[in-house]
Ligand binder design. Structure first.
Ligand SMILES: Nc1nc2c(ncn2[C@@H]2O[C@H](COP(=O)(O)OP(=O)(O)OP(=O)(O)O)[C@@H](O)[C@H]2O)c(=O)[nH]1
Ligand SMILES: [Mg+2]
Length: 451
């Protein structure tokens, strides 16, 4: 028999002083605690203004209490939510009192883990809760909301159903080892498997975009010393984040700042200027700049208006493709109509002045166009997988490939069925038909306490 779970309690809102703080309690003792603390508490999901008194009868705060009867709660268990004044001392007093009354502190993500274990969410939805909490752009929010509402789960259910159809037909032959699959059946099954593989690949292709949504689009500002790279970063960030000076070689290390442009979140990275004949320290800075460029999703190449195209390292020039580069012609307050430069094919240029702000809106629009193009075309519902999903889908791909080969060579139906079952298990891992406790603990360890 499964053991009775503990009743857990934690602060669910951010630590620190605020107008309000929310304390969450979940587990089998929540009903008793609700009665003990607030004898006049109305029915479930009705807010009640009440005094919180400690076990010793001392008034701690006036709170708003809401009682949720399991399974109609976030965790699926009986639960109580208290909004108290947002004073860390009050929160500590209430939590200590709850622990004295038999609760224990919740671990990271434990409320969501219980929601998953009680069947309120599949695993991909549980992960989406963290994505939702961490979303810093409109797109990241849309993707997290879709996943929380089960979009990825539904795609996997569809793949699972189709694969079960194939498996059923293969299994029908296992009982007749002397009979081969008729060629017309084999062709139909092969086509079905190929379609499933293609759709698995399409899901896998959303991995990179998923990383961009979760981490921000790495946008590296590069160019010759003194071109105005740090001034541009400051202009885009909206405050004096990086040191700017008339002396070339001011920025030695890279500086990173997150900004939101349109629906996207960018990780904007300012780098050391690329000097064709650098000093020792400058050279180290330049190496770091090139390392950043190698990992960039977008590149803002800052050039000085009225100056010829500077000599740039081959390593950079190679990466200046039209898909990821914008040439930012800066200092147009000094040279308003600079002669055109011979840029790499297809690379767009935008005239700006980081000093006055002129042209920055245009630049932002161009950044949004390039950032939009990073999203896979057929991904209207913003499905984006994470590293864990990708690992399971890679394994699914590999056993689908084995199954396809066995089908093509008319291999034994048992072995074919076993590959198909292996694939089903990989799809199951994503939505959480998992019995691997360690994996679950690891996954929920990344959550915040109180969620
Ligand atoms: N007139 C004018 N001056 C600018 C503009 N942008 C930057 N500057 C000036 O150019 C100089 C260099 O600016 P920075 O932003 O430090 O240039 P950087 O590219 O970061 O330089 P390094 O870090 O040394 O490679 C400073 O004196 C800035 O005030 C601009 O749009 N117009
Ligand atoms: Mg600089």
């Amino acid at each position: 028999m499964p053991s009775r779970p503990d009743t857990i309690a934690a602060l669910a809102s951010a630590a620190g002083t605020a107008a309000l703080a929310v304390i969450r309690i979940s587990g089998p003792d929540a009903a008793r605690l609700a009665r003990e603390l607030f004898p006049r508490l109305p029915g479930p999901r009705v807010a009640q203004h009440a005094d919180y008194r400690s076990q010793a009868g001392v008034l701690v705060d006036d709170v708003v209490a809401v009682w949720f009867a399991g399974p109609h709660s976030y965790s699926g268990e009986d639960a109580l939510e208290l909004s108290c004044h947002g004073n860390p001392f009050i929160v500590q007093r209430i939590l200590e009192d709850l622990f004295a009354r038999g609760c224990r502190p919740a671990g990271p993500g434990e409320f969501t883990q219980r929601a998953f274990l009680n069947g309120r969410l599949d695993l991909s939805q549980a992960e989406a809760v963290m994505d939702l909490i961490n979303a810093r752009s409109e797109r990241a929010l849309a993707a997290a909301n879709q996943q929380l509402r089960g979009a990825l789960g539904r795609r996997l259910q569809d793949l699972t159903d189709r694969l079960l159809g194939v498996l059923a037909r293969v299994e029908a032959y296992i009982d007749f080892p002397d009979e081969d699959l008729p060629p017309e059946d084999r062709t139909a099954l092969q086509a079905a498997l190929e379609a499933i593989s293609r759709d698995t690949d399409r899901l896998l292709a959303t991995r990179r975009y998923g990383d961009l949504l979760r981490d921000g689009i790495k946008t590296v500002i590069v160019g010759a010393p003194n071109a105005g790279k740090s001034s541009l970063l400051n202009r885009l960030v909206g405050h004096e984040r990086a040191i700017v000076s008339p002396e070339p070689g001011t920025t030695r290390d890279f500086i990173e700042e997150r900004i939101v442009v349109g629906p996207h979140c960018l990780r904007l990275i300012d780098t050391a200027g690329l000097n064709p004949s650098p000093g020792v320290i400058e050279k180290l800075g330049m190496e770091k700049s090139l390392e950043r460029v190698a990992k960039a999703d977008l590149i803002l190449l800052v050039l000085e208006a009225g100056r010829p195209l500077p000599a740039l390292p081959d390593e950079l020039t190679r990466r200046l493709t039209a898909q990821k580069t914008i040439a930012v012609i800066n200092k147009t307050d000094l040279v308003p109509t600079p002669s055109s430069l011979k840029l790499p094919p297809g690379v767009k240029s935008v005239l700006v002045s980081a000093l006055t702000g002129h042209g920055i809106e245009n630049l932002v629009n161009e950044i949004v166009v390039l950032a939009d193009s990073l999203q896979p075309n057929d991904n209207e519902d913003y499905i984006t997988i994470n590293a864990r999903h990708a690992d399971a889908l890679e394994r699914a791909r590999s056993s689908l490939k084995d199954a396809g080969e066995k089908l093509a060579s008319n291999g034994p139906a048992e072995l074919l069925a076993s590959d198909l079952r292996g694939t089903l298990a990989c799809y199951g891992d994503i939505i959480g038909k998992v019995d691997n406790e360690r994996m679950l603990d690891q996954l929920f360890a990344n959550f915040c306490i109180g969620k």
